[in-house]
Design a protein around this ligand. Structure first.
Ligand SMILES: Cc1ncc(COP(=O)(O)O)c(C=O)c1O
Length: 360
């Protein structure tokens, strides 16, 4: 299995990537909404370009550093889905605005005031709404409508819409619960925008959606934009939610078996340094592609320790290779400088993870 590559390594199946990108673009087009993928999953300008060529109208970034890398690559329509605060970042934002259309999400008049002092044309902002994750934002309805009015009064910014991430959808226990959370994600924002309109503030953008909710929320009347990110690679978290299968997961950690201390125990060279601790310990949080009878027991920093079911104890001698499907693709990609792109089972390209580590 890819003897030309030393392990551990991050592989990405480009055929699966293309299929995932196309499917989400079709979902957005069928619902009549724009697709603005979150690039935090791949952090690779070439893959952002692929998403744009497939129909995305812009991209979403969390960090200014990610946005700068994407603008360097010629991408000129960027949503910064994170409040930009403090002089150093505001200076960088001003420079970024010289070469790209940038809008920013926020949830306070304080952050809006900083943006308003940038000068130049008003900064387009989206007000973040808390639809149940309890991260940023006020609850939908009157609390958000009042916040929109406060922010709209700040000179130098223009409130163009509302934004939410229904992050609690990642904990949905049934497909029905997931669908209902997604429907509410859209409906909450649309109803809040109607309230704002009655207050005299017309909002044109309703920006919602993650990989688990995008396919449901895209169809809610009034939604204008979806922002899924993980869908390009998928991971075991998406498999658990029923929105991905092993076949639609594109990112794999190629790892070598380095120890077989007991008949059932398999120790490989991929630990938390490759796979992170995200999802740690949940059954099925790390899966071995094509090996449903191998169960990851635990990870140390350098070691992955797994167990074989009794009827398979003779398999996977020292030196064998496996491909592990991560629990959280986005944070795994952040750990690698290079992604090996695979097509028809062959490594055909090396992609530089240009926006990795962009914490600021
Ligand atoms: C603001 C925002 N939008 C969109 C996304 C994309 O969600 P997902 O990776 O589940 O597709 C995220 C993920 O963290 C996010 O924080």
């Amino acid at each position: 299995m890819h003897p030309e590559i030393d392990t551990p390594a991050l592989l990405v199946d480009l055929d699966v990537v293309r299929a995932n990108v196309t499917e989400m673009a079709k979902t957005a087009a069928a619902a009549g909404v724009r697709l603005r993928p979150h690039i935090k999953t791949h952090k690779i300008p070439e893959l952002a370009r692929l998403q744009l060529e497939a129909g995305a109208t812009g991209i979403t970034c969390a960090k200014l550093g990610e946005a700068e890398v994407m603008a360097d690559a010629g991408i000129d329509d960027i949503l910064l889905a994170f409040p930009v605060w403090g002089r150093p970042k505001l200076r960088r934002l001003a420079a970024l605005r010289e070469r790209a259309r940038v809008r920013v999400s926020l949830d306070s008049p304080e952050v809006a005031a900083g943006l308003g002092r940038l000068g130049g044309p008003p900064v387009d902002v989206l007000v973040e709404v808390d639809t149940g994750q309890h991260r940023l934002g006020r609850p939908p309805g009157r609390p958000t409508a009042d916040l929109v009015a406060e922010i709209a009064a700040v000179p130098g910014v223009e409130v163009v819409g509302l934004l939410t991430l229904a992050g609690h959808a990642y904990h949905a226990r049934t497909p029905g619960e997931l669908a209902e959370t997604a429907r509410r994600e859209g409906a909450d924002l649309v109803e809040t925008a109607e309230l704002c309109a009655r207050d005299g503030i017309v909002l044109r953008e309703i920006s919602v959606g993650s990989t688990p909710t995008a396919r449901h929320v895209a169809g809610v009347a009034g939604v204008t934009e979806i922002r899924p990110g993980t869908y390009i690679f998928n991971d075991t978290a998406m498999m658990r939610l029923g929105v991905a299968t092993e076949e639609t997961t594109a990112a794999r950690i190629l790892t070598t078996v380095v120890g077989r201390p007991t008949p059932e125990r398999v120790v490989c060279d991929a630990g938390t340094k490759c796979l992170t601790s995200d999802g740690y310990g949940t059954p099925g949080w790390i899966r071995a592609a094509g090996l449903p009878y191998l169960h990851m027991n635990f990870l140390n920093e350098e070691h992955g320790v797994a167990r074989l079911e009794p009827e398979h104890v003779g398999e996977l001698p020292v030196g064998s290779r496996m491909q592990l499907i991560p629990s959280h693709a986005c944070s795994v990609v952040n750990l690698f400088d290079t992604v090996y792109g695979v097509e028809d089972g062959e490594v055909i390209t090396e992609l530089h993870v240009a926006a990795r580590g962009a914490v600021r």
